[in-house]
Ligand binder design. Structure first.
Ligand code: HEC
Ligand code: HEC
Ligand code: HEC
Ligand code: HEC
Length: 153
């Protein structure tokens, strides 16, 4: 195989593995990328939020379910699964393995690379955003209002 064809093939395979982020659109940086500048939030999050360990929750059950069923857990228990630049697998995207800062604050790569431009990050997540994961089926008694700050930092 020629070198060019090999590169094209690799590129095609990568496209299937993870939808690439369209140019100019922020992608996921991972919670660790926020640590240096937001030490308080990072410390509180990693220490107290269950989200910070949410990959472990599905890993514990991994041998009891099929690999296909396992991928169904990713949408809520990881960061950005199925979205451009989001979680693919533990091996390929270890920094996105848990539901991190960006499930609430949105993809943060532009905010990070700008050195913290507040216009490039979601300050206050809408409650509807929580419902994509905390839906009635999953968590019947989820009361949003008093929990705005819980589960975060
Ligand atoms: C991408 C999916 C996702 C989104 C969006 C999301 N959560 Fe969560 N959240 C989870 C998962 C998964 C857990 C449980 C983690 C575990 O126990 O493994 C969790 C746990 C929690 C908990 C349990 C308490 C704790 O210690 O963490 C609270 C409270 C919570 N989330 C609040 C919120 C709020 C409020 C929002 C919206 C601002 C939100 N979540 C958005 C996935 C999500
Ligand atoms: C629609 C989103 C969603 C999907 C899909 C999902 N989860 Fe969850 N899961 C949650 C949320 C939200 C919580 C937290 C509930 C709470 O604390 O109120 C949670 C909690 C858990 C917990 C409890 C952790 C604890 O500390 O009590 C386990 C275990 C778990 N999920 C495993 C799985 C597995 C395994 C799958 C895939 C088969 C899966 N989840 C799919 C949203 C989801
Ligand atoms: C469960 C959703 C959720 C997660 C996860 C989350 N945050 Fe937040 N964050 C919020 C909410 C809600 C606010 C408050 C917005 C407001 O009231 O203006 C906030 C506010 C902030 C602020 C603004 C200053 C402040 O404290 O009000 C910073 C900075 C921040 N978050 C950083 C982070 C970082 C870094 C992480 C990960 C280590 C993270 N957040 C994870 C929901 C979340
Ligand atoms: C290079 C340093 C830096 C990094 C890395 C960084 N931030 Fe920030 N962030 C800032 C600065 C500076 C502000 C503005 C603070 C202010 O105006 O009070 C800010 C503001 C914010 C705000 C509040 C926005 C607003 O409208 O007030 C949130 C939320 C936030 N950051 C989340 C994150 C998350 C999530 C990450 C990781 C993906 C992250 N930041 C990474 C420096 C950084």
């Amino acid at each position: 195989m020629t070198r060019v064809r090999l590169i094209v093939l690799t590129a095609v395979l990568l496209c299937f593995a993870a939808p690439p982020a369209p140019a100019g659109q922020a992608t996921y940086a991972g919670s660790k990328a926020c640590e240096d500048c937001h030490q308080e939030e990072y410390r509180a999050f990693t220490q107290y939020a269950k989200k910070a360990k949410s990959y472990k929750s599905i890993k514990i059950l991994a041998d009891k379910i099929t690999p296909a069923e396992l991928t169904e857990c990713y949408g809520c228990h990881t960061t950005g699964y199925g979205k451009p630049g989001g979680f693919v697998s533990l091996e390929k995207t270890p920094d996105l393995a848990n539901a991190g800062c960006e499930v609430c604050h949105g993809p943060g790569s532009d905010h990070v690379s700008s050195g913290g431009d507040p216009k490039l990050i979601v300050r206050k997540p809408a409650m509807d955003e929580c419902k994509t994961c905390h839906n009635g089926e999953r968590v019947k008694s989820f009361g949003f209002k008093p929990l705005t700050h819980a589960g975060a930092h």
